[in-house]
Write a protein that binds this ligand. Structure first.
Ligand code: NAI
Ligand code: MG
Length: 481
């Protein structure tokens, strides 16, 4: 006889956060009223959380002016040691207010509280701690004896890891002596606005961090602003190409962190149970809204059946639902638009002849939801094997020889990440040398650390973020590769 134990609801309280009905921009250390507003919602319930200012030309001008003034008069004048003190202070306040950040992130984004609490927020604080340590040691970073900041950085971030992407951008910029104008994504601005309060609390000199909220039009104003020295962008390859064209005739430096279609390769000597956990983490972590997600599973043919059987059993146990519940594994899709894109590409998978499977799930009636899904019988020509779905959808392909695995893995316009599962060290090392991907995990997946550079080949982007390599993207006269 088997017994099933149900989980009773374990909801995190939202009482710790106070969401204002309306927010302005954060410019020169103060919140300033916006002209127009748009709503940000909780994608798990469709509840309107707040009205967010839509940044226009005057707002971006004011933010760039404030950032330039702070750069010239304060931030580029003080010592690295002083800058480091502010970064440490910000990191500590983020830790102290971690629960607030986690609850806000989950409400605004739809990701499970377990992930915002245990991954996003601790990693965001870790990025500030790590870069605080660099601020007074830049001359030892291997970038020459006296590396210099670039000036004012315009930073545009996506909605999948809102606070973490802010940390990836703001921490190295500030450590290197730059000031910033940052625009959060339109569907997830709330943690950036709480971060603005943290900057006030840390008594960061005014104008060092400016946050202008808005949509793509606001982002374009930042990209094209003549007062900006560097653009750092994370988001779609499509917008990345627009930005690359816009900055090409200018003197602006640029880093782009774009899409991916990572191969997660399972050789027949892999430890199967651990591999199944890694496959699940690779594609269903953060609803699959992950640029480096292991979205193409490549299984060696002789073990494919066994892996798929165990994978389906494991997927039956994934808990999809209320993101505020501490037991939830997969939360809500971030927006109606993203859900439409996932539904459309999955339908293409059906019509091109791949076979769809999902476990039975009770999806909530309100909000945006998509059950964890796998497609088998996928070929390299299928759109679901080539395009980024950016959702909880896994495309499964098979291979016979290691050489075939590599050829299939590299047959993509992207090259952000890859995974290798094998108990043989020599095979893992050989495969990792053949793969054209910026980050390669062996017998694990989706591991992040501020000390490790992250970035892609080909259409996955330009430059690296994190580690010593990422620092060089905010310093003059040194290459970032
Ligand atoms: P997006 O690239 O449009 O948005 C990312 C950020 O860029 C947002 O802050 C947005 O306001 C801003 N933006 C949009 N147009 C801009 C422009 N012309 N100039 C400057 N900034 C602009 O991404 P979106 O529409 O939210 O998602 C579409 C697809 O992009 C997803 O389905 C996914 O495939 C991919 N994506 C990849 C991400 C990654 O981490 N690599 C993150 C988000 C989306
Ligand atoms: Mg939202």
């Amino acid at each position: 006889m088997t017994m099933t134990f149900e989980y009773t609801p374990a909801p995190e309280s939202r009482a710790i956060v106070t969401i204002k009905p309306k927010y302005g921009h954060f410019i020169s250390g103060k919140f300033v009223t916006g002209a127009k507003h748009f709503p940000t919602i909780n994608p798990a319930t469709e509840e309107v959380l707040s009205q967010i200012a839509l940044g226009g030309k005057a707002d971006v001008d004011a933010a760039v002016k404030a950032a330039r003034k702070a750069y010239t008069n304060t931030w580029s004048k003080i010592s690295g040691k002083e800058r480091g003190k502010y970064l440490y202070r910000i990191a500590r306040i983020m830790q102290e207010r971690a629960r607030e950040f986690a609850v806000l992130e989950t409400l605004d984004n739809g990701k499970p509280i377990r992930e915002s609490r245990d991954t996003d927020i601790p990693l965001a604080a870790a990025h500030f701690f790590y870069h605080a340590g660099w601020a007074d040691k830049l001359e030892y970073a291997g970038l020459g004896t006296s590396p210099k900041p670039l000036g004012v950085a315009g930073q545009i971030i996506p909605w999948n890891f809102p606070l973490l992407m802010l940390a990836w951008k703001v921490a190295p910029a500030l450590a290197a002596g730059n000031t910033v104008v940052l625009k959060p994504a339109e569907s997830t601005p709330l943690t950036a606005l709480l971060f603005a309060e943290v900057c006030q609390q840390a008594e960061l000199p005014v104008g060092v961090v400016n946050i202008v909220t808005g949509d793509g039009s606001t982002g374009a104003l930042i990209v094209n602003h003549p007062g900006i020295d560097k653009i750092a962008f994370t988001g779609s390859t499509e917008v990345g190409k627009i930005i690359a064209r816009a900055v090409a005739p200018t003197n602006k430096s640029v880093t782009l962190e774009l899409g991916g279609k990572a191969a997660n390769i399972v050789f027949d000597d892999a430890p199967i149970d651990e591999t199944v956990e890694g496959i699940v983490n690779g594609i269903f972590f953060n609803q699959g809204h992950v640029c480096c997600a292991g979205s193409r599973l490549l299984l060696q043919e002789n073990i494919a059946e066994e892996v798929l059987h165990k994978l389906k059993n494991r997927m039956e146990k994934i808990r999809v639902g209320d993101p505020m519940d501490k037991n939830t594994d997969v939360g809500a899709i971030n927006s109606k638009e993203q859900l439409a894109k996932i539904i459309e590409l999955a339908a293409v998978g059906d019509s091109e002849g791949a076979e769809r499977w999902s476990p039975a799930c009770n999806l909530p009636s309100k909000g945006f939801w998509f059950a964890p899904t796998i497609f088998t019988g996928v070929t390299q020509a299928h759109r679901i094997a080539r395009e980024e779905i950016f959702g909880p959808v896994l495309s499964v392909l098979t291979f016979r020889t290691p050489a075939e695995a590599i050829e299939k893995a590299n047959n993509t316009p992207f090259g952000l990440s890859a995974g290798i599962w094998s108990e043989k060290g020599s095979r893992t090392l050989w495969a990792s040398q053949q793969l054209r991907a910026g980050v390669i995990w062996a017998n694990t997946f989706n591991k992040f650390d501020p000390t490790s550079p992250f970035g892609g080949y080909k259409e996955s982007g330009w430059g690296r973020e994190g580690g010593r390599h990422g620092l060089s993207a905010y310093l003059k006269g040194v290459s970032n590769e």
